[in-house]
Design a protein. Structure first.
Length: 523
């Protein structure tokens, strides 16, 4: 019975515990111990068996973490379920490769060497997950730790993977302490030192947000339009008119400098009079700039775009989304495998933009990002390098209802703020909308507009999850950008870990068996 549990239940338990560390349950301390059952079950395995157990844990973890993808069954039919399971299997293969490599190292080197090598292997795996085949780094362990604001300050040094490094190191040493008596006390001490060091340095990196005396005042409209309305041309003008009404109501209460609407609110050509005229009236009357997502067609190509409209109704800037969502905005390899376009329904044939853009708004420099792009640290860090002193992320999660996609996406965006030390305006159609300061503290939209145009504050004590799928507005003073603690860009640190992981594998191969022999000679 014990062997049966070790062989099959232990990996699945790790997958379950690790998924529970992420939203919606968000028992984030579990990430410090969730991998222990998996590591214990593979401690004596050959690489092939370890790979299978890591695959089992990774597959269950991703199925639970990415269950929001199954919500697409409403739009794509049963293919959504098959696609989600296939994606989870592909991501689990990265886990399998990590498990096989770790088992191979363990067979050649001491248990301590293997335990210390696993964090580097894991970070390399997460980095490759986030870049290979367009990349999906959604499941990086670091994204589970958002509520621990002190720990996640490490993202300013090495993005999410460096946080994963600490988590996996503690898991590996905890497993070593349980099953290797000779290392027990030193392993426990190592866990304590790592956790204490990570939090101590994170505490030193914390700071308070600062504001200019004449800070830019940002208004946000969380529109909460169902996905069906966005595909129905009968509502194209209606959605813009509602947005104008709510925005002007907020502008009458507060002195708004920049109003932000979410992705896919303007579903037609923004320059057409039926859409442009109400927008022009809004910015002229409200005296604010407007930043909004909009559809765009040019030379037969379709773009997911965003526009900055000036107070005089002129178009001051446009950004075309560069990193499109696979199987959502385009079908990968459709040119080589034509039947994929029929098997996997897509929004269809979107074209990618080619240039990162920084836009000027009343003395501040805004770096725009659209939806899926917030998943990629280099994109945010490039905007910061190009002079942006705040980021604006607009997104449409109406596809996924109240699923765990909504709070998970918010936690990913939190780390983009910390990495770049820039405030981030986050405007989502169905939520969760608000502003992050450069240290990851979040202020959410907090008011409703009634039918007569009066603005009422929400009651105190609400949590971000309470505002999902509600039509809300909010206004915020935009904080100043913070100082980055290191001169290099944080995403470079993850590639250093990839190089170190490769070095560990080479070392284990060249000096294979020597560390193992020394360990076995001990009394």
């Amino acid at each position: 019975m014990n062997d049966l549990f070790r062989r099959h239940a232990s990996p699945l338990l790790s997958g379950l515990l690790l998924a529970s560390a992420f939203p919606v349950f968000h028992f984030y301390p579990l990430a410090w111990i969730a991998l222990v059952p998996l590591l214990a079950s593979t401690r004596d395995d050959v690489p092939t068996r370890a790979a299978w157990r890591f695959f089992s844990a990774g597959f269950l973890f991703h199925v639970l973490l990415l269950q929001w993808m199954m919500a697409n069954i409403m739009w794509a039919g049963g293919w959504a379920v098959l696609g989600q399971l296939a994606l989870c299997a592909v991501l689990a293969l990265f886990w399998a490769a990590t498990g096989a490599a770790w088992s191979w190292i363990r067979a050649k080197q001491s248990a301590l060497f293997a335990a210390l090598s696993l964090p580097m292997l894991w970070v390399a795996m997460e980095q490759l997950q986030g870049t290979v085949f367009t990349g999906l780094g959604w499941s990086n362990l670091g994204y589970s730790q958002g509520p621990d604001l002190i720990l996640v300050q490490w993202a300013a040094l090495g993005s999410a993977p460096v946080i994963s490094l600490f988590l996996v190191a503690v898991n590996a040493l905890a497993a070593l302490a349980i099953f290797e008596k000779r290392w027990r006390y030193r392993s426990v001490a190592g866990c304590i030192v790592i956790a204490a060091f990570a939090h101590a340095v994170g505490y030193l990196m914390m700071d308070d947000a600062t504001y200019d005396e004449d800070a830019l005042r940002v208004g946000i409209f969380q529109s909460n339009f169902p996905q069906e309305m966005k595909w129905d041309p009968e509502y194209t003008t209606h959605m813009v008119e509602v947005a104008v009404e709510k925005s002007l109501a907020l502008a009458r209460r507060d002195d708004i400098d920049l109003m932000v609407w979410p992705e896919a609110l303007v579903t037609g050509d923004i320059t057409k009079p039926t859409l442009y005229n109400p927008i022009a009236m809004a910015v002229n009357t409200g005296g604010f700039h407007l930043f909004t997502g909009a559809a765009r067609r040019e030379a037969g190509n379709s773009y997911n775009s965003s526009y900055l409209i000036g107070k005089d109704a002129s178009i001051l800037g446009r950004y075309d989304k560069m990193h499109l969502a696979p199987f959502g905005e385009y079908v990968p390899w459709a040119g080589y495998i034509p039947f994929l376009s029929r098997l996997v329904p897509s929004i269809g044939g979107m074209s990618a933009g080619t240039n990162a853009v920084v836009m000027q708004v009343d003395g501040r420099s805004m770096g725009p990002m659209i939806c899926f792009e917030m998943l990629f640290p280099p994109m945010a860090q490039r905007l910061e390098a190009n002079g942006a002193d705040f980021l604006t992320v607009i997104t449409n999660l109406a596809w996924f209802g109240r699923s765990n996609a909504v709070p998970q996406e918010l936690e990913i965006t939190r780390l983009r703020a910390i990495e770049t030390r820039l405030p981030v305006v986050h405007c989502a159609n169905t939520g969760i909308s608000g502003v992050f300061d450069p240290w990851g503290r979040f202020s959410m939209v907090n008011a409703v507009v009634d039918s007569s145009g009066r603005v009422f504050e929400l009651r105190d004590g609400l949590k971000p999850k309470d505002i999902v799928m509600h039509r809300l507005v909010g206004s915020f003073d935009l904080p100043d950008a913070g100082a980055r603690p290191v001169p290099f860009r944080p995403h470079h640190a993850a590639w250093v870990m990839v190089a170190l992981a490769a070095g560990v594998l080479v070392f284990a191969g060249v000096f294979g068996g020597r560390g193992k022999m020394r360990e076995q000679d001990r009394p």
